[in-house]
Design a protein around this ligand. Sequence first.
Ligand code: FMN
Length: 193
Amino acid sequence: MSRSILILLAHPLPDSLCAALARTYADNARRAGHQVTLLELASLQFDPLLRHGYRQSQPLEPDLESAAQALQACDHLVLVYPTWWGAMPALLKGFLDRLLLPGFAFRYRRGSVWWDRLLAGRSARVITTMDTPPWYYRWLYSDPGIAQLRRTVLQFCGIAPVRVTRLGPVRSSSPARRQRWLQAIARLGAAGR
Ligand SMILES: Cc1cc2nc3c(=O)[nH]c(=O)nc-3n(C[C@H](O)[C@H](O)[C@H](O)COP(=O)(O)O)c2cc1C
């Protein structure tokens, strides 16, 4: 089944492992017949500060307008980022702060603690690189960035299931190991998962 896939690459460097992973996912997904949009967040023009919280609206820059349309149009979202200080880099956090607005991503019900999840019907894959061994990050640090992204961001907006690929330690990895990681991501791309 062909899917409409939006890939968000949140790494500033084009020669990073993250960039290679995002491109590999995109190339293999396209080759398998999926519709793919790859957004490199570092090259978008937008203010990553939500300057008034939710008190006052802040007009979306054209790049954020396009990103919002791409998110509406996709049925699978892929986020690729390096783990920095235990979680997503500020670039991705700022992008999500600006984009996932009430009325677009969620809506609180009047007089209730509950809310509607306006992005339901989409699944996600999180791909993150790290220097910590992933088992250590997951079980000793309690998976902080993943818990945040999966439960309090993506599932909050209705995006589920959220599958995760943690890759590391990058710092001490051999070229052969990185090649195996790229092959694993190629298979995910081809499957649109
Ligand atoms: C500002 C910064 C903070 C980092 N914090 C962490 C961290 O909390 N945990 C970790 O495992 N690695 C951390 N790292 C290492 C990166 O995760 C690692 O360099 C990256 O995943 C390598 O992949 P890349 O080539 O795609 O950048 C940090 C790196 C930087 C630059």
